[in-house]
Design a binder for this molecule. Structure first.
Ligand code: HEM
Length: 425
């Protein structure tokens, strides 16, 4: 294991899942912003993921520096602490650097024409309306499974053009994959492979159908998308790339947005003055969405790897070792956010890094995710009153966080949020 004399050790085990049982421990880990770079030693928890320790960065300026410099900090070995297998390194949008990664990004972006984006928006509003309709006739629900997780899943299904009657099975597989990462979810890890395989086969079959008979959906455009590169050659997504893109979309787009919506609603209920302010002045929805996303910071960390010996703010970093950028901690950096622990729906400017630090891997779904949060909150606030946490929900089983831990970047999620409400007729 390599350490350098000038890198302080974090002094606690960030792979300890107990740290995150009640949500992200913002105050407990605030000290990680005191130094530009920390070294996380090889604890037993880390050993389950990888053979070396790793660097940790948590300051807003440092997180941005690392995420914006792919030459010094490569994504080639993957975005999670566990190395991707050698044969898959550099293979996908998340595991590659420009210019290889730029080709992926430009190709997959070809599906999202302005017309398509407008259609997706329309479908999104329809889903939000139907989801809130389903709350009628009662005064309590489990918000995560009955509201928050449904919109992101339907939006992905709309992008791919999955017929409504086939969605339940696809959604079950996506959820099984995500849950299998959490040892306490009751979904054994062995189910991951089966669910992944079914999803890949589904995407593959769909691509074949769309290739022969294109429809008016994003997937048909992707299947036929062609991009002229700078050297004049023409490139397109091959079958494996399309299959993989379906998996990346399902994983990157579902749980993140689900957490933003659920943690956002929880924050609004816990800050009733902010909720009332937003109801009274819907023009604040734009800043409110950004604040919800900063507040929720749904992704724990992403990893880069030090390409060759370098230094950050005078701290030497050794080549080939991973760096974990902790987005939630950067989003509470007092150097950037005045009163960072205050939930303020009118916060402006709000230069949060929940979608990344502005580098080449900056979240490709950021605009889509923001629109989803906006559409869902707008629908809820215009039709639902008397929102409250349902502390004595059936069986006393209240709020629950799921903690997959650092094996995956979305290492923490709000799994259960029972609420009470009254629906306007
Ligand atoms: C609130 C919801 C979301 C949050 C907080 C979020 C956050 C992030 C973050 C932090 C990154 C990595 C940035 C970096 O490494 O520099 C990322 C990448 C990505 N996100 Fe999101 N995301 C969200 C929703 C979505 C949605 C809805 C989609 C697609 C439908 C999506 C697709 C992607 C993809 C494809 C990447 C990889 C981009 C690349 O490697 O070039 N995300 N996201």
């Amino acid at each position: 294991m390599a350490t350098t004399a000038t890198v302080a050790e974090v002094g606690l085990d960030l792979t300890d899942r107990d740290l995150y049982r009640d949500g992200f421990p913002y105050e407990r880990l605030a000290f990680l912003r005191d130094e530009p770079v920390w070294w996380h030693p090889l604890t037993p928890g880390v050993e389950e993921l990888r053979p070396t320790g790793f660097y940790v960065v948590a300051r807003h300026d440092v997180v941005r520096e690392v995420s914006r410099d792919p030459q010094r900090f490569t994504a080639f070995h993957g975005s999670a602490l566990r190395d991707v297998p050698v044969e898959r390194q550099g293979e996908s949008i998340t595991n590659s650097d420009p210019p290889v990664q730029s080709r992926f990004r430009r190709l997959v972006s070809l599906g999202f024409t302005p017309l398509m984006v407008a259609r997706l928006d329309e479908m999104m509003e329809g889903w939000a309306r139907r989801i809130v309709d389903s709350l009628a006739g009662r005064d309590r629900c489990e918000f995560v499974s009955e509201v928050a997780e449904l919109l992101p899943l339907h939006v992905i299904a709309d992008i791919v053009g999955i017929p409504v009657e086939e969605r339940a099975q696809v959604f079950d597989d996506v959820k099984a994959m995500l849950r299998s990462w959490d040892p306490e979810s009751g979904v054994p890890f062995e189910q991951y492979d089966g669910a992944q395989m079914r999803l890949v086969m589904y995407a593959h079959a769909l691509s074949t159908v769309r290739r022969g008979a294109p429809e008016d959906d994003v997937w048909s455009r992707l299947v036929h998308a062609q991009l002229t590169l700078d050297d004049g050659s023409v490139t397109e997504l091959n079958e494996i790339e399309l299959d993989l893109w379906f998996l990346i979309l399902s994983i990157a787009g579902s749980e993140t947005t689900r957490n933003a919506i659920a943690i956002g609603l929880k924050a609004l209920i816990e800050h009733p003055e902010q909720l009332e302010r937003l109801r009274a002045d819907p023009s604040l929805m734009g800043t409110a969405v950004d604040e919800v996303i900063r507040w929720a910071s749904p992704v724990l960390y992403h990893r880069r790897t030090v390409a060759a010996d370098t230094s950050v703010r005078g701290v030497p970093l050794e080549g080939d070792l991973p760096v974990a950028m902790f987005w939630p901690l950067a989003n509470r950096d007092e150097r950037v956010f005045p009163d960072p622990y205050r939930f303020d729906i009118a916060r402006s400017p709000n230069d949060h890094v929940a979608f990344g630090g502005g580098g080449p891997h900056y979240c490709l779904g950021a605009n889509l995710a923001k629109r989803e949060v906006k559409v869902m909150l707008t629908e809820l606030l215009s039709r639902v009153d008397d929102l409250a946490l349902d502390d004595d929900s059936a069986g006393g089983d209240g709020i629950r966080w799921s903690v997959p831990g650092l094996a995956v970047p979305v290492g923490l999620g709000l799994d259960r949020l029972p609420i009470r409400y009254s629906l306007r007729s």
